[in-house]
Design a protein around this ligand. Structure first.
Ligand code: NAD
Length: 490
């Protein structure tokens, strides 16, 4: 049994209460690890440590090239341990190995990207009236609380940890209580490469206690959160006490729009990838498929034919294309939404059930599921299900496609399939969403900003935008001719 401890001030520690939480493999329901279950008190200790580390200046005043060196070393070690870490991620989260292998490679690339950014120019100067010279410099925000969900445990961690450390902040990181295993491996690497004690701290435990303390504490300068919209709302409220900076990457119900003139097989393929990759547990999933009426029937027929052939199984089987959902609780939530869809009168044309045969009976497997003939007000069209459940909507023309696409409280992502380039751009420009694709769905890059409009969040992760979120901007005005201002006569 793997024992997972928290990493605070360079030491591996149990929770003050000695409590632990069982970590379960969702492919078979077996306990694979016991994680220290931290509480408010543990969070306070970690925050205090990070505060002292930041205030000492050891990390923030270190030459950027030296900080970058640590981040490059982390990337190298992630690659050296890629096999071990991807296997553990598959055991903990359930997703197929080919996905976790990709995640580890992407995590290493993200560390390298931000290691490079640490040493790049980041200020500005302004030509103002003589004898003044005005300029701005970027400085770290301070102590950052980083909170992530369970759908990409390692990658979501790295999207925050890499830019936060590169910019000179100290951190208290909290993984999801459901999937803490690879975060512990990452912090083993952080220890191995010799990042000074107290700069990077790992705490584990429930969101309502440990996570909330990060959002509330007056010793934390910024919270960067990825997770559900309801949790984001609660974090916003908790952060008001000290007017904490916040970045929120929240949920979505993203439209994938297919026009009749799209390349048919490409659009079908991406529609499947958009919703069933990572078991549909992707914030940007194309969970609403908008089909033009003239191809509606043919498209659905082909979609269902292919969806029903997706190989669902344990993530460590190389032939598996879709794994289990992350936990029993989450599976029940997804199955409940499927019931809601039926009750609302949507037509179920594919899947809809838990899979309980072929050795999958102890895992949390749900069939690829497709509802058609939905209407805009249905809950399965409006609410994030975060599972392998697709809601199909029908439209007649471009204006209706745009209207339907924007008709939710979310605004994270969206895709358009058409061979008419001008139409594609017209539609994309009208989408109220932060991440969009034309004739594609899902690819994302460390270089490009990630985040949403509307209730999908505040701020951006990744790219230069994501780096800026971990900095403060300071204006410096220098008098080049030292002498009195002369405003008052006497
Ligand atoms: P969640 O909001 O339940 O939990 C996310 C994290 O927040 C966990 O670490 C949890 O412990 C913590 N948390 C819970 N309550 C808290 C509170 N009151 N205060 C502080 N922290 C708290 O989300 P989840 O179920 O783990 O993940 C699924 C959600 O994450 C989906 O809504 C999905 O869309 C979203 N997500 C968004 C993005 C994005 O980039 N926009 C990426 C991945 C996942």
């Amino acid at each position: 049994m793997i024992q997972l401890k928290m990493y605070i001030n360079g030491e591996w520690v149990n929770a003050q209460s000695e409590k632990t939480r069982d970590i379960v493999n969702p492919a078979n329901g077996q306990v694979i690890a016991q994680a220290a279950e931290g509480d408010v008190e543990d969070a306070r200790i970690a925050i205090q440590v990070a505060r002292e580390a930041f205030d000492s200046g050891e990390w923030s005043d270190m030459p950027a090239v030296q900080r970058a060196g640590y981040l490059f070393a982390i990337a190298n070690k992630l690659e050296e341990r890629a096999d071990e870490i991807s296997r553990l991620e598959t055991e903990d989260n359930g997703k197929p190995l080919r996905e976790t292998q990709f995640d580890v490679a992407d995590a290493a690339a993200c560390f390298r990207y931000y290691a490079g950014m640490a040493t790049k120019p980041d200020g500005q100067t302004y030509h103002v009236a003589d004898p003044m010279q005005a300029m701005v410099v970027r400085e770290p925000v301070g102590v950052c609380g980083l909170i992530v969900p369970w759908n990409y445990p390692l990658l979501m961690a790295v999207w925050k940890i890499a830019p936060a450390l590169a910019a000179g902040n100290t951190i208290v990181f909290k993984p999801s209580e459901v999937t803490p295993v690879t975060a512990v491996k990452l912090f083993e690497i952080i220890e191995e490469v010799g990042i000074p004690k107290g700069v990077a701290n790992l705490i584990m435990g429930a969101g309502a206690t440990v996570g909330n303390e990060l959002a509330e504490s007056h010793f934390v300068d910024k919270v960067s959160f990825t997770g559900g919209t309801a949790t984001g709302r609660s974090i916003m409220k908790a952060a008001t006490g000290n007017i904490k900076k916040i970045s929120l990457e929240l949920g979505g119900k993203s439209p994938n729009i297919v026009f009749a003139d799209a390349d048919f097989e490409t659009a079908v393929d991406y529609a499947l990838f958009g919703i069933f990759a990572n078991q549909g547990q992707v914030c940007s999933a194309g969970s609403r498929l908008l089909l033009q009426d003239s191809i509606y029937d043919r498209f659905i027929e082909r979609l269902v034919e292919r969806a029903s052939k997706i190989r669902v199984g344990p993530g460590d089987d190389p032939s598996t294309e879709m794994g289990p959902l992350v936990s029993e609780v989450h599976m029940r939530k997804v199955l409940n939404y499927i019931e809601i869809g039926k009750q609302e009168g949507a037509k179920l044309v594919c899947g809809g059930n838990r899979i309980t045969h072929n050795g999958l009976e102890n895992g949390y497997f749900v069939e690829p599921t497709i509802f058609i003939d939905t209407t805009p007000e249905m809950r399965i069209v409006q609410e994030e299900i975060f599972g392998p459940v697709l809601a199909v909507q029908k439209f007649t023309d471009e204006a209706e496609a745009i209207q339907l696409a924007n008709n939710t409280v979310y605004g994270l992502a969206g895709g358009v399939f058409t061979q008419d380039g001008a139409k594609a751009m017209r539609v994309i420009k009208k989408l109220r969403a932060g991440i969009t694709w034309i004739n594609s769905y899902h690819p994302t890059y460390n270089e490009a900003p990630w985040g949403g409009y509307k209730q999908s969040g505040i701020g951006r992760g990744l790219g230069t935008f994501g780096y800026d979120e971990f900095t403060e901007v300071k204006q410096i005005n220098i008098n080049l001719q030292v002498g009195p201002v002369g405003w008052f006569e006497n």
